[in-house]
Design a protein around this ligand. Structure first.
Ligand SMILES: C[S@@+](CC[C@H](N)C(=O)[O-])C[C@H]1O[C@@H](n2cnc3c(N)ncnc32)[C@H](O)[C@@H]1O
Length: 213
């Protein structure tokens, strides 16, 4: 037991990034290389980041998760040698993302099963809306991607409608979404949970084709 707690502490020291106010993160310094960078927002219990980072050792992964307990669950899945290209942040992300990630940094942004906030009075809490996309546009490289999934049909339509109104991101899927698991998808805890409840997952994939207008 003591060994396990020490193990988590050692992993925390290695994997967790803490922010310094007013300073951008220096990814070259953090990872020791300038490989492409993938940001996962709401990394949950860490299934995606733990597996994809092993498949793609020449990509760096940052997982941001608001709940500390889920960061611990993710740490348990990570190995300092096998996942040396992963770092985690315990943070609530919104437009504040530009405070610590400098422009033109990200190759991919992953947002799998963002909280759908189904009640109308809570829609303003949804992550995906214009003000967030306006904020995140400059930190994504041109031709970089945003990958999204949701099992909430109404949120899926909301997301599709928002992106349709924008000139800076283009859907890669001709119908704006697919319900077939993309090749690189790894089933997450929430995928499984929602599938058991009978909900299907919608996948959306957008490419940044222009700077914000
Ligand atoms: C429904 S879960 C999905 C987790 C994971 N992506 C998956 O597919 O299994 C949503 C996760 O995002 C986290 N989250 C929600 N809003 C967030 C935000 N603004 N910043 C960081 N994490 C957030 C929640 O704490 C939760 O763990």
């Amino acid at each position: 037991m003591v060994e396990k707690i020490m193990d988590i502490k050692t992993k925390e020291e290695f994997f967790k990034i803490n922010l310094e106010e007013g300073k951008y993160l220096d990814f070259e310094d953090i990872f020791g290389n300038n490989y492409p960078l993938c940001l996962e927002i709401g990394s949950g219990k860490g299934e995606f980041i733990a597996v994809q980072s092993r498949f793609h050792p020449e990509t760096n992964f940052i997982g941001v998760e608001l709940k500390g307990k889920r960061i611990i669950t993710t740490l348990k899945k990570l190995d300092i040698e096998k996942n040396s290209n992963v770092r985690l942040m315990n943070l609530f992300i919104d437009e504040n993302v530009t405070d610590f990630i400098k422009p033109n940094s990200l190759d991919t942004v992953i947002i799998y099963h963002p909280d759908p906030w189904p009640k109308k009075k809570h829609h303003k809490r949804r992550l995906i809306q214009h003000k967030f996309l306006d904020a995140i546009n400059p930190i994504i490289k041109i031709n970089g991607y945003i990958k999204i999934s949701t099992d909430d049909a109404e949120y899926a339509q909301w997301i599709i409608d928002i992106f349709k109104e924008r000139k800076d991101f283009k859907s890669i899927y001709p119908e704006d979404f697919t319900m077939i698991n993309p090749e690189d998808h790894f089933t997450t805890y929430f995928d499984e949970l929602q599938a058991q409840e009978g909900f299907e997952t919608w996948f959306m994939l957008y490419k940044k084709i222009a700077e914000k207008n």
